[in-house]
Unconditional design. Structure first.
Lengths: 423, 470
């Protein structure tokens, strides 16, 4: 018996139950998150919108708890800033997969949920190791769903639940490689690159898609109930590779089939015309895209005003083809302007002139961004181990009271509370 | 299972979760269209409201093979972006800058559950389709506005222009893409921030529908894409206050697994991506690569790996460059496919870096068929990516590609109660428009090509969705 189960439920004070602090449209929906990064961002958003998202962790903790960057001076299960950020507003339950009682508790917990998100490879899902020792020859996802037909079980896996590569391992990097997109990012002289590097854009996209699938399934179930039909859930098979294919139309297969042109890596300037791409500022880079005549005219005027270059105002340069043929010269003229100002100065003044120009921001730049400051985006969180720190605000806003953010749970912080709710 | 469900599609009642939901989409390029695309595949009826006076750039791209003066009027129906973003949607041609066009839009809006737009906030206000105006027409509307910088005119960037390819630099993703010793490489070839904005918006709309089911109330949703996409930097932004050194671009490396990277294969510009997540996996790589046959540079004949520590993650991060050199020597002697297969066989994450020819040859793509082919009014039929959610009870699908620009105007106006005479008058006045020469049916150059490969599910316009089986 785990300690949690020996404690009668009524001894746990009700005010400790976070469900009472929740608000937002998904209050009352329980979601079990058995994933790592394949679910973390999506369930973070869902939890802040009111869903009771419970992370089930082994005693050593979810692997995200070990992911750098770590808070300085910390190395325990609360040290990872990935965990501090992506587990916000969720609850943590620790169950030991080698303990039969904990395995039973997990099954009860699954039965109490509306949705389970899982990222185990298909072979693992066939006999779920946490539930393998129940004397029934093991229980896989199919068996669990049969036992709890109301459940929506979302499997976010590298290559999906079927096909010859269903058992292959993956990661954010591998996902970008397998969907055709990494091949288009980088310099011609170098290797393909992961868009956004280590921040994990594709994994977060897949996690959002998994949550969207779960929400769709819940809607479908609700409609069935309204028609007087049984409240049935379903299984959802989401492949990281296919999420990559979904977000690739600019360079994707249908476009390739249409023109038979492979999109090469072109670095940070597009040889389509000038200015198009990154240009040096006094303190970094700006991105400029001046394709339309109005954008070019404003750009040329600006260059002329600052550098005294009147040649750039010649009407022949309004033609994007002429600018492509004179690419190096036009780029050099533009750089004479951009190198004189900071990227933020170029952003503000360029936008005032209606030119599509943005700073190439770093993490530090964004932390100090005047707009994010002015809209009051940042929140402060207090954490018992990490102390006080600033975190990003909500990813979008509404005219309702939708968001309720809470700090990430410590390892096993809610084990007693959650198991108590089951009894 | 899949075949049984497939046989139900197109027969009885539509069981998809969004059946019966009507969406007014006023959109451009990617961010809002890809949200409407998800809603469409899951059963919503999405009206893509278009104007000739400010067409969607996806229309303007057209297709290279269709650059023929005689096709100028139907060029806008030929872009491969179109089925990718709008297959299954209905295109309604309304010139909303004209009073009668706006009135038709308002009558359509009154029948809709969701208003979806990524027009700039100042522009949408000028059209008279901001939230306050829309809610007068349809009080319980779920209004999702995807703006660059929000809807508050008093905030610094409110008047600034957000532009798909400029979003990744703005929100920090470009600066994190590339090698530390080089300029940022950026993400110019694709626009992942637009898709991530679309996913957030879809999640927000589904949440608002869920809420409306309980309360009957509509909702205004402000998807300011700056905040939405900066959210992916969370751990690194949190670190700023805790004294963590700022993360800069780090190639393809990650601080929690090493070696990790993209390595050259045997051949010209072919690559394999490898991520070694654990010490155990690393030992498998070392055994597989038979490092003992690789001699170190010092001429001692010792296996190179024994010349520096590599047992722990910290060791491998410290010696990443040296490990990369040796791993590259191993990968360069085999094809990316072979290298990936050998590594996956010992449990290491690896894959060929596919280009789009590679995607077409990928065994997983052939097995799972992530593309669809469906009838298309302008092109006979057309190909587009399927929704990636494989739902066992309510699979997503659409039954038509396209749409032609303005191709559904007459049907939609008629459904809204306009008489045939009224529709004719609106067309004559230029307040609404229909598709150009609907009798012109073209064919993509690849039209016959895709019959020979199993990458797509073919919707034949009848009762079934099935693999091509060819």
């Amino acid at each position: 018996m785990s300690a949690a189960q020996q404690q009668p439920a009524q001894q746990r004070p009700a005010q400790n139950r976070p469900s009472q602090q929740r608000q937002g449209p998904w209050t009352g929906t329980r979601v079990l998150d058995l994933t790592g990064l394949a679910g973390a961002y999506g369930t973070r958003v869902w939890a802040a919108l009111g869903a009771d998202v419970i992370c089930v962790e082994p005693p050593a903790g979810n692997p995200i708890r070990r992911m750098p960057p770590l808070a300085p001076g910390q190395d325990g299960p609360e040290a990872s800033l990935w965990w501090a950020y992506y587990a916000a507003s969720k609850r943590s339950v620790v169950l030991d997969p080698t303990n039969a009682d904990d395995a039973a508790a997990l099954l009860d917990l699954i039965g109490s949920a509306e949705v389970v998100l899982d990222d185990a490879l298909p072979a693992t899902q066939e006999i779920y190791p946490w539930l393998a020792d129940r004397g029934e020859g093991g229980l896989g996802v199919a068996g669990i769903v049969e036992k709890f037909p109301h459940l929506t079980w979302v499997s976010v896996t590298p290559f999906g639940m079927t096909g010859p590569r269903r058992s292959w391992n993956s990661s954010n990097l591998i996902g970008w490689a397998s969907c055709g997109l990494a091949s288009t990012v980088g310099f011609p002289h170098g290797p393909p690159l992961v868009p956004g590097g280590e921040i994990g854009v594709l994994m977060h996209g897949a996690s959002l898609y998994g949550v969207i699938g779960a929400m769709l399934s819940l809607r479908s179930r609700g409609q069935a109930v309204a028609r007087g039909e049984p409240a049935l859930g379903q299984t959802i098979d989401l492949s990281l590779q296919e999420v990559g294919l979904w977000l690739s139309p600019e360079t994707g297969v249908p476009l390739y089939l249409d023109d038979q042109v492979l999109r090469p890596r072109a670095g940070n300037r597009r040889p389509v015309t000038s200015p198009m791409g990154m240009y040096p500022a006094s303190d970094g880079y700006v991105a400029i895209i001046a394709i339309q005549p109005a954008h070019w005219n404003a750009m040329a005027q600006w260059v002329s005003e600052i550098t005294g270059n009147d040649g750039i105002l010649d009407e022949i340069f309004v033609d994007i083809v002429v600018r492509r043929e004179a690419l190096e010269a036009v780029d050099a003229w533009v750089e004479e302007l951009t190198t004189q100002f900071t990227k933020q100065e170029l952003f503000v003044e360029g936008q005032r002139r209606r030119i599509p120009i943005t700073p190439v921001n770093t993490v530090g730049d964004l932390r100090n961004d005047p707009h994010l400051e002015a809209v009051g985006w940042w929140r402060t969180e207090e954490h018992p181990v990490l102390g006080s720190y600033t975190v990003p605000g909500s990813p979008f806003t509404t005219d309702g009271d939708w968001w309720a953010w809470q700090r990430a749970p410590m390892l096993g912080e809610h084990t007693d509370e959650v198991l108590g709710e089951l009894t | 299972m899949a075949d049984e469900q497939g046989s139900e599609i197109g027969k009885g009642a539509d069981a998809r979760p969004l059946a019966g939901i009507r969406v007014f989409e006023l959109s451009i390029a990617v961010a809002a269209p890809c949200c409407g695309k998800i809603l469409t595949h899951h059963g919503a009826e999405v009206f893509k409201v278009e104007a000739r006076s400010y067409p969607d750039v996806a229309r303007l791209f057209g297709s290279a093979w269709a650059r023929d003066p005689e096709l100028a009027d139907v060029f806008c129906d030929t872009s491969p972006y179109l089925p990718e973003m709008s297959a299954g949607k209905r295109s309604v041609g309304l010139e909303m800058k004209l009073p009668e066009g706006l009135e038709a839009a308002q009558r359509l809006l009154a029948t809709c559950d969701v208003f979806l737009t990524n027009f700039a906030a100042p522009g949408i206000a000028k059209l008279g389709l901001d939230y306050a105006s829309a809610a007068k027409v349809r009080p319980d509307i779920i209004y999702a506005g995807m703006t660059g910088f929000g809807v508050d005119p008093d905030k610094p960037y409110y008047p600034f222009r957000a532009f798909g390819p400029n979003q990744a630099p703005l929100v920090g993703w470009d600066a994190l893409t590339g090698f530390p010793h080089e300029e940022p490489a950026g993400i110019a070839s694709i626009a992942p921030p637009d898709y991530m904005g679309g996913l957030h918006t879809t999640l927000a709309i589904l949440s608002a529908l869920h809420e409306r089911d309980q309360t009957g109330q509509g909702r205004f949703i402000d998807i300011s894409q700056l905040e939405t996409t900066v959210s992916f930097l969370g751990p690194y932004l949190v670190g700023r206050d805790l004294g963590v050194p700022e993360t800069i671009r780090n190639g393809n490396r990650v601080p929690w697994a090493a070696p990790t990277g993209i390595y050259p294969g045997a051949g010209d510009d072919v690559w394999v991506a490898i991520e070694v997540p654990s010490d155990e996996a690393w030992r498998s790589v070392a055994a597989l690569a038979e490092w003992s046959v690789i001699e170190s540079d010092d001429g001692s004949g010792q296996p190179a790996l024994s010349t520096y520590p590599h047992e722990t993650l910290a060791d491998r991060i410290a010696n990443h460059d040296a490990i990369d050199a040796e791993l590259s020597a191993w990968t360069a002697r085999r094809s990316p496919q072979q290298a990936a297969a050998e590594l996956q066989a010992v449990g290491v994450a690896a894959y060929e870096v596919l280009d789009h020819r590679g995607v077409l040859a990928d065994p997983q793509v052939h097995d799972r068929r992530p593309y669809s082919v469906a009838p298309c009014p302008r092109l006979g039929r057309d190909l587009f990516v399927r929704d990636p959610l494989r739902m066992s009870a309510t699979p997503p699908y659409v039954t038509r590609a396209g749409p032609n620009m303005g191709g559904d105007t007459v049907d939609v106006l008629t459904e809204m109660g306009y008489s045939g005479t009224e529709v004719e008058r609106l067309i004559a006045d230029g307040a609404v428009f229909t598709d150009a020469r609907p009798e012109v049916v073209l064919q993509r150059p690849f039209d016959r090509w895709y019959e020979s490969v199993d990458i797509a599910e073919i919707y034949d316009g009848g009762a079934t969705v099935a693999g091509s089986g060819q």
